[in-house]
Design a protein around this ligand. Sequence first.
Ligand SMILES: C[S@@+](CC[C@H](N)C(=O)[O-])C[C@H]1O[C@@H](n2cnc3c(N)ncnc32)[C@H](O)[C@@H]1O
Length: 199
Amino acid sequence: MNFKVKDHYFKKAKKDNYLARSVYKLEEIDKKYKVFKKGDRVVDLGYHPGSWMQYTSKAIGESGKAIGIDIRPLNKTLLTLKNVKIFEKDIFDVQVPKDLEEDDYFDVLISDMAPNTTGIKSVDQDRSLNLVEKVFEILPIFLKKDGNFVIKVFDSNAAQQYLKSKRNLFKEFHHLKPKSTRTVSKEFFVIGIGYKVEE
Ligand SMILES: C[S@@+](CC[C@H](N)C(=O)[O-])C[C@H]1O[C@@H](n2cnc3c(N)ncnc32)[C@H](O)[C@@H]1O
Protein backbone atom coordinates (compact mmCIF):
# COMPACT_ATOMS: atom_id res chain seq x y z
CA MET A 1 0.00 0.00 0.00
CA ASN A 2 1.17 3.47 -0.84
CA PHE A 3 1.58 5.32 2.44
CA LYS A 4 1.50 9.11 2.23
CA VAL A 5 3.08 10.93 5.13
CA LYS A 6 0.58 13.55 6.25
CA ASP A 7 3.13 16.13 7.24
CA HIS A 8 2.60 19.62 8.61
CA TYR A 9 2.46 21.35 5.19
CA PHE A 10 0.17 18.70 3.72
CA LYS A 11 -2.34 19.30 6.52
CA LYS A 12 -1.90 23.07 6.33
CA ALA A 13 -2.64 23.02 2.57
CA LYS A 14 -5.87 21.09 3.20
CA LYS A 15 -6.89 23.55 5.89
CA ASP A 16 -6.05 26.61 3.75
CA ASN A 17 -7.92 25.11 0.74
CA TYR A 18 -4.85 24.83 -1.44
CA LEU A 19 -4.62 22.07 -4.03
CA ALA A 20 -1.07 21.04 -3.00
CA ARG A 21 1.56 21.60 -0.32
CA SER A 22 3.91 23.07 -2.98
CA VAL A 23 2.13 26.40 -2.51
CA TYR A 24 4.26 27.14 0.56
CA LYS A 25 7.43 26.90 -1.51
CA LEU A 26 6.17 29.57 -3.91
CA GLU A 27 4.87 31.67 -1.02
CA GLU A 28 8.28 31.66 0.67
CA ILE A 29 10.02 32.51 -2.62
CA ASP A 30 7.61 35.37 -3.34
CA LYS A 31 7.87 36.80 0.18
CA LYS A 32 11.65 36.80 -0.05
CA TYR A 33 12.21 37.97 -3.63
CA LYS A 34 8.96 39.80 -4.60
CA VAL A 35 8.35 37.79 -7.75
CA PHE A 36 4.79 39.00 -8.50
CA LYS A 37 2.99 42.32 -8.60
CA LYS A 38 -0.61 43.28 -9.28
CA GLY A 39 -1.54 43.20 -12.95
CA ASP A 40 1.25 40.77 -13.98
CA ARG A 41 0.79 38.27 -16.80
CA VAL A 42 2.22 34.95 -15.62
CA VAL A 43 2.86 31.59 -17.27
CA ASP A 44 3.04 28.53 -14.99
CA LEU A 45 4.69 25.47 -16.57
CA GLY A 46 3.58 22.14 -15.02
CA TYR A 47 0.77 23.78 -13.01
CA HIS A 48 -1.20 20.60 -12.05
CA PRO A 49 -3.02 20.24 -9.64
CA GLY A 50 -2.76 24.02 -9.31
CA SER A 51 -1.73 25.39 -5.92
CA TRP A 52 0.78 27.73 -7.61
CA MET A 53 -2.03 28.93 -9.88
CA GLN A 54 -4.21 29.61 -6.81
CA TYR A 55 -1.42 31.60 -5.16
CA THR A 56 -0.55 33.47 -8.37
CA SER A 57 -4.18 34.32 -9.09
CA LYS A 58 -4.38 36.13 -5.74
CA ALA A 59 -0.94 37.77 -6.01
CA ILE A 60 -1.60 39.34 -9.44
CA GLY A 61 -5.19 40.38 -8.68
CA GLU A 62 -8.10 40.83 -11.05
CA SER A 63 -6.13 42.92 -13.53
CA GLY A 64 -3.55 40.14 -13.94
CA LYS A 65 -3.66 36.92 -15.91
CA ALA A 66 -2.20 33.47 -15.16
CA ILE A 67 -1.82 30.83 -17.87
CA GLY A 68 -1.03 27.27 -16.80
CA ILE A 69 0.07 24.30 -18.88
CA ASP A 70 0.48 20.67 -17.93
CA ILE A 71 0.49 17.29 -19.66
CA ARG A 72 -2.20 16.12 -17.23
CA PRO A 73 -5.91 16.54 -17.99
CA LEU A 74 -7.30 19.99 -17.12
CA ASN A 75 -8.04 20.58 -13.46
CA LYS A 76 -11.38 22.29 -13.97
CA THR A 77 -11.69 23.40 -10.32
CA LEU A 78 -9.24 26.18 -11.27
CA LEU A 79 -11.69 27.62 -13.79
CA THR A 80 -13.65 29.27 -10.98
CA LEU A 81 -10.71 31.71 -10.77
CA LYS A 82 -11.50 34.53 -13.20
CA ASN A 83 -7.95 35.53 -14.12
CA VAL A 84 -6.79 31.99 -14.92
CA LYS A 85 -6.54 29.98 -18.17
CA ILE A 86 -5.24 26.39 -18.39
CA PHE A 87 -4.07 24.12 -21.22
CA GLU A 88 -3.42 20.40 -21.50
CA LYS A 89 -0.09 20.57 -23.30
CA ASP A 90 3.44 19.23 -23.26
CA ILE A 91 6.06 21.97 -22.84
CA PHE A 92 7.96 20.37 -25.73
CA ASP A 93 5.02 21.27 -28.01
CA VAL A 94 5.13 24.94 -27.04
CA GLN A 95 7.27 27.32 -29.07
CA VAL A 96 5.66 30.75 -28.93
CA PRO A 97 3.03 32.55 -26.76
CA LYS A 98 0.56 32.07 -29.66
CA ASP A 99 0.53 28.34 -28.78
CA LEU A 100 -1.17 29.48 -25.53
CA GLU A 101 -3.48 31.89 -27.37
CA GLU A 102 -1.38 34.86 -26.17
CA ASP A 103 0.24 37.55 -28.31
CA ASP A 104 2.58 39.11 -25.82
CA TYR A 105 5.56 38.29 -23.60
CA PHE A 106 4.94 37.42 -19.92
CA ASP A 107 6.02 39.42 -16.85
CA VAL A 108 6.77 36.25 -14.90
CA LEU A 109 7.54 32.65 -15.87
CA ILE A 110 7.36 29.96 -13.17
CA SER A 111 8.04 26.24 -13.53
CA ASP A 112 7.53 23.54 -10.92
CA MET A 113 7.80 20.84 -13.59
CA ALA A 114 9.11 17.47 -12.52
CA PRO A 115 9.64 14.44 -14.75
CA ASN A 116 8.20 11.01 -14.05
CA THR A 117 10.86 9.53 -11.84
CA THR A 118 12.33 6.05 -12.34
CA GLY A 119 14.30 5.77 -9.08
CA ILE A 120 17.49 5.56 -11.15
CA LYS A 121 19.36 8.66 -10.03
CA SER A 122 21.23 9.44 -13.26
CA VAL A 123 18.13 8.94 -15.43
CA ASP A 124 15.99 11.16 -13.18
CA GLN A 125 18.67 13.88 -13.08
CA ASP A 126 18.96 13.80 -16.91
CA ARG A 127 15.19 14.02 -17.34
CA SER A 128 14.96 16.92 -14.93
CA LEU A 129 17.80 18.81 -16.60
CA ASN A 130 16.14 18.23 -19.95
CA LEU A 131 13.05 20.08 -18.69
CA VAL A 132 15.17 22.89 -17.24
CA GLU A 133 17.01 23.31 -20.55
CA LYS A 134 13.71 23.46 -22.43
CA VAL A 135 12.48 26.25 -20.12
CA PHE A 136 15.67 28.30 -20.64
CA GLU A 137 15.32 27.73 -24.38
CA ILE A 138 11.89 29.37 -24.50
CA LEU A 139 12.75 32.25 -22.11
CA PRO A 140 13.71 34.74 -24.87
CA ILE A 141 10.36 34.19 -26.57
CA PHE A 142 8.22 34.16 -23.42
CA LEU A 143 9.74 36.47 -20.82
CA LYS A 144 9.72 40.28 -20.99
CA LYS A 145 12.82 42.36 -20.37
CA ASP A 146 13.04 42.89 -16.56
CA GLY A 147 10.68 39.93 -16.02
CA ASN A 148 11.01 37.45 -13.14
CA PHE A 149 11.55 33.71 -13.14
CA VAL A 150 11.23 30.72 -10.79
CA ILE A 151 12.21 27.17 -11.69
CA LYS A 152 12.53 23.88 -9.82
CA VAL A 153 15.78 21.99 -10.36
CA PHE A 154 16.94 18.56 -9.20
CA ASP A 155 20.46 18.94 -7.95
CA SER A 156 23.33 17.35 -9.88
CA ASN A 157 26.80 18.44 -11.04
CA ALA A 158 25.48 18.84 -14.57
CA ALA A 159 22.59 21.02 -13.37
CA GLN A 160 24.97 23.23 -11.35
CA GLN A 161 27.27 23.64 -14.36
CA TYR A 162 24.35 24.46 -16.62
CA LEU A 163 22.93 27.05 -14.21
CA LYS A 164 26.31 28.76 -13.88
CA SER A 165 26.23 29.43 -17.61
CA LYS A 166 22.81 31.12 -17.26
CA ARG A 167 23.21 33.35 -14.23
CA ASN A 168 24.12 36.41 -16.30
CA LEU A 169 20.70 36.40 -17.93
CA PHE A 170 19.24 38.05 -14.81
CA LYS A 171 20.18 41.06 -12.69
CA GLU A 172 19.79 38.81 -9.62
CA PHE A 173 20.08 35.02 -9.62
CA HIS A 174 19.33 33.11 -6.39
CA HIS A 175 19.21 29.49 -5.25
CA LEU A 176 16.75 28.54 -2.49
CA LYS A 177 15.66 25.35 -0.77
CA PRO A 178 12.33 26.39 0.80
CA LYS A 179 11.56 25.32 4.37
CA SER A 180 8.58 23.24 3.22
CA THR A 181 10.78 21.11 0.90
CA ARG A 182 11.12 17.62 2.34
CA THR A 183 14.61 17.24 3.82
CA VAL A 184 15.33 14.10 1.71
CA SER A 185 14.47 15.92 -1.50
CA LYS A 186 17.26 16.90 -3.91
CA GLU A 187 15.19 19.71 -5.35
CA PHE A 188 15.89 23.40 -5.03
CA PHE A 189 14.62 26.51 -6.78
CA VAL A 190 16.34 29.06 -8.92
CA ILE A 191 14.94 32.57 -8.82
CA GLY A 192 15.86 35.06 -11.52
CA ILE A 193 14.92 38.70 -10.94
CA GLY A 194 15.15 41.21 -13.80
CA TYR A 195 15.58 39.37 -17.10
CA LYS A 196 18.23 41.10 -19.18
CA VAL A 197 17.15 39.57 -22.51
CA GLU A 198 19.60 37.25 -24.19
CA GLU A 199 22.33 38.94 -26.24
C1 LIG B 1 5.17 18.97 -8.81
S1 LIG B 1 3.92 19.02 -10.02
C2 LIG B 1 3.43 20.72 -10.00
C3 LIG B 1 2.64 21.14 -8.78
C4 LIG B 1 2.07 22.54 -8.93
N1 LIG B 1 3.10 23.57 -8.91
C5 LIG B 1 1.06 22.89 -7.85
O1 LIG B 1 1.35 23.77 -7.06
O2 LIG B 1 -0.02 22.28 -7.79
C6 LIG B 1 4.83 18.89 -11.52
C7 LIG B 1 3.99 18.87 -12.78
O3 LIG B 1 4.86 18.96 -13.93
C8 LIG B 1 4.15 18.38 -15.01
N2 LIG B 1 5.02 18.12 -16.16
C9 LIG B 1 6.08 17.25 -16.21
N3 LIG B 1 6.60 17.22 -17.46
C10 LIG B 1 5.87 18.11 -18.20
C11 LIG B 1 5.92 18.51 -19.57
N4 LIG B 1 6.83 17.98 -20.43
N5 LIG B 1 5.04 19.44 -20.01
C12 LIG B 1 4.11 19.96 -19.14
N6 LIG B 1 4.01 19.60 -17.84
C13 LIG B 1 4.87 18.68 -17.38
C14 LIG B 1 3.60 17.10 -14.37
O4 LIG B 1 2.53 16.58 -15.13
C15 LIG B 1 3.17 17.59 -12.98
O5 LIG B 1 1.80 17.87 -12.92
